[in-house]
Write a protein that binds this ligand. Sequence first.
Ligand code: ADP
Length: 272
Amino acid sequence: SATPAPDPKIARRLQNVKNLIIVLSGKGGVGKSSVTSQLALSLASQSDPITGLRNKVGVLDVDLTGPSIPRMLGLDGQAVRQSSDGWVPVYADREQSLAVMSVGFLLRSKNDSVVWRGPKKNAMIKQFLGDVRWGPLDYLILDTPPGTSDEHISLLEYLHHFNPSAIMVTTPQALSLADNLRSLDFTKKVNLPLLGLVENMSGYVCPHCTECTNVWGKGGGEALAGREGLRFLGRIPIDPGLVRVLDDAKEEATKAVHEAKMGPMAPTFNDP
Ligand code: ADP
């Protein structure tokens, strides 16, 4: 069947975005938003190997009912501005390498919640994609709700013209989870290329020693990747220090952790 033309407003905003990455997870609580925010910080701290220019990164938090990106990037209480050229995102750093848009910035208090019905979610996503003044970006990373929902369907409807790809976040128990298989199935149905899998909460970093103890096991995500013919991007251990910085994000602490944990992962996205 013929695909409709791209929305002109969205096309204008996305034509200067080099890489669109959608972050997925089969279920909630596996660390999808944590991985999104750490990945964004990591990419924004790196430079293009050829031009030497610092990467420009955007994060769009499409988790409308549970936006956690502002908190994890230490941006709680910030607000987006309206300009003559659309919404100005919130910048996480002075150099404006990391731009963030979230419904969390539109709520009056961080304890407000929003009850969204399908059509309203779709309208909000369309507005996020068409009205945010990102400027040219090397990466736009989209954090999505868990599973596959209205938001994913809306997103793909608007984005499929712009070559999006996805990464999936799983936990070591991934192998047996039907939720993961449903998410994988979704990516196949909508022809969304998967860059690979990240196994989060893989083993445990004991604060009292340097040994990594496998309390909750590890390797399930890697096994799932192998079985499904997907690239395994790496594992992130359970780290009490990471919880502290994510749940009470101070910019410096967050940066220190992302360098330690996610540094080696980001360059894999630059490989063809
Ligand atoms: P999701 O987006 O999948 O619902 P979150 O990113 O919100 O999951 O993470 C859920 C909780 O787990 C958060 O409190 C977060 O701080 C914590 N968390 C995520 N990844 C790790 C990790 N590697 N080690 C320790 N805690 C983590």
